[in-house]
Design a protein around this ligand. Structure first.
Ligand code: PGA
Length: 252
């Protein structure tokens, strides 16, 4: 982490949770307190966003979404606009997660349009990038990630852009790149973000995601260009998630 950037710990619930998960959210809000020293976000499935946003009003956890459409409204059956997400209380939206890229063939141009729509709606856009195992084995990890980044980052709105580096092979597998590999990749991403936005790129938060747990969060968050984490499995249970949030707070 760097003192110049506020840490962020974001939970991505993916297609998990239901109305009964309010209990888990309450436990998380109680554990985090109302004015945490890091930004804390939970991104549940769409139908829970309005309810969770209402319950988290004035508390220390913001609510985000996992995807949005790039249009404000219109004939797009099954899609949800960033404007509606903002209207029901979301503060952020994840775009370009590797599961969306793989399951819904989302390409960089589309991810960029979604990120822009998020910014236009007043949301923070968490733009995800990450290489597959085959790409890493072929020595192409950095080239792949930097190409995704340059195709996916919106042109402006830098203050509300967050980047999440998530190696596809580390997601949900319990496997994590070495500290050295995360350090190298995040430094490369930082240089690319500064190339893209100029000096303002130094203010963009770079999250690491992929099998972050309470047991490994501290050493990952201590890396200079890691400004927090995007957490999948370990964000579903309050105890685990709070352990990770506390590892973030310990860096501040
Ligand atoms: P994981 O998922 O923490 O379960 O590996 C991370 C993510 O996909 O955002």
């Amino acid at each position: 982490m760097s003192a110049a950037r506020r840490m962020m710990v974001a939970g991505n619930w993916k297609m998990n949770g239901n109305t009964a998960s309010m209990t888990e959210l309450q436990a998380m809000m109680d554990g985090v307190g109302d004015t945490p020293a890091v930004d804390v976000l939970i991104c549940p499935p769409f139908p829970l966003i309005g309810r969770f946003s209402g319950a988290s009003e004035g508390r220390g956890i913001g609510i985000g979404a996992q995807d949005c459409h790039f249009n404000k409204s219109g004939a797009h059956t099954g899609d949800v606009s960033a404007a509606l997400l903002a209207d029901v209380g979301a503060k952020a939206v994840i775009v370009g997660h590797s599961e969306r890229r793989a399951d819904h063939t989302e390409v960089d141009d589309l991810v960029q349009a979604k990120a822009q729509a998020a910014l236009d709606a007043g949301l923070t856009a968490i733009v995800c990038v990450g290489e597959t195992e085959a790409e890493r084995d072929a020595g192409e990890a950095e080239a792949v990630v930097l190409a995704q980044l340059s195709g996916s980052l919106p042109a402006s709105g830098v203050e509300h852009v967050v980047v999440a580096y998530e190696p596809v092979w580390a997601i949900g597998t319990g496997r994590v790149p070495s500290i050295e590999d995360i350090t190298t990749m995040h430094a490369a991403i930082r240089r690319a973000v500064v190339d893209h936005y100029g000096d303002a790129g130094n203010g963009v938060r770079l999250l690491y995601g992929g099998s972050v747990k309470p047991g490994n969060a501290a050493e990952i968050f201590a890396i200079e260009d890691v400004d927090g984490g995007l957490i999948g499995g370990a964000s579903l249970k309050a105890d685990d998630f709070l352990g990770i949030v506390n590892a973030g707070i310990a860096q501040v």
